[in-house]
Design a protein around this ligand. Structure first.
Ligand SMILES: C[S@@+](CC[C@H](N)C(=O)[O-])C[C@H]1O[C@@H](n2cnc3c(N)ncnc32)[C@H](O)[C@@H]1O
Length: 235
């Protein structure tokens, strides 16, 4: 899961959503100062983009390769390898989960409310009054049977996405050029994600004690089709 090849590609070529989320958070009034907790922080691009504004920040991610990158980019912040639901969330002004992290963490669960609702409560407890939770998930406003491809000079990525009920499986095939030999190495990853109903998510958030605004972009960065972002404030 986000092993070395994919971590590098995501970091270098798919950082626009994290940067869009950082730009969105920059425009909030009163300005955010932290602490900020970025769950599923990936390569740390959101934290890097806010590092002039935030003094204390924490990033957690399941992928050791992502955390290596995040640490190298943000020497002043704190990082750990952890599954989303196992993180002991520090007290925070802002908690973020950018890039369908909750969809990843809930895959395979027949009743995701059992983990999501207590988790939202834990986040709310750790947030300051008026604190912010910002995240996005896959929602049921589209069908997830599709193909995607991307390429740059040193890599090609092929993705085959299939959906069965509210579960999505992505097969990612990556060809990456080795600088030493010029030969291409092939790696394959399977990602499994949960699709949520927008109304259900909004209800969970409201019942937990958040004021919620839904969005289809972070600042100038549009979310891919089907994804919805939730901008929540501790009520
Ligand atoms: C699409 S990337 C987004 C990374 C980063 N937030 C960004 O916007 O650039 C998804 C990230 O979620 C992490 N992830 C997936 N499942 C996770 C889980 N159960 N707990 C924590 N992190 C998880 C992956 O390792 C990966 O770094």
């Amino acid at each position: 899961m986000y092993n070395r090849s994919l971590a590098k590609i995501h970091d270098e070529s798919y950082a626009h959503l994290a940067e869009g989320a950082a730009n969105f958070l920059r425009k909030i009034n009163p300005p955010i100062r932290g602490p900020l907790v970025d769950l599923g922080c990936g390569a740390g691009n959101l934290l890097a983009a806010l590092s002039d504004q935030i003094e204390v920040a924490y990033g957690f991610d399941l992928s050791p390769d992502m955390i290596l990158r995040a640490k190298a980019k943000n020497p002043g912040f704190n990082f750990g390898v952890a599954n989303l639901f196992d993180v002991r969330i520090p007290p925070a002004q802002v908690v973020t989960m950018i890039g369908e992290i909750l969809s990843y963490a809930c895959h395979g669960e027949t009743n995701p409310s059992k983990s999501v609702v207590p988790f939202l409560n834990r986040i709310r407890t750790q947030l300051q009054d008026g604190g912010i939770l910002l995240f996005d998930v896959l929602t049921d406003i589209r069908d997830y049977n599709y193909h995607h491809s991307g390429e740059e000079a040193t890599w090609t990525l092929l993705m085959n996405s299939t959906q069965a009920g509210d579960e999505v499986t992505r097969k990612l095939t990556i060809f990456q050029k080795k600088p030493e030999s010029g030969l291409y190495a092939k790696t394959t990853e399977y990602h499994h994600l949960k699709v949520f109903q927008n109304e259900q998510m909004t209800q969970w958030l409201t019942e937990t004690g958040f004021e919620v605004v839904t969005m289809q972009a972070y600042a100038e960065s549009a979310l891919p089709a089907g994804r919805i972002a939730y901008y929540c404030r501790k009520a």
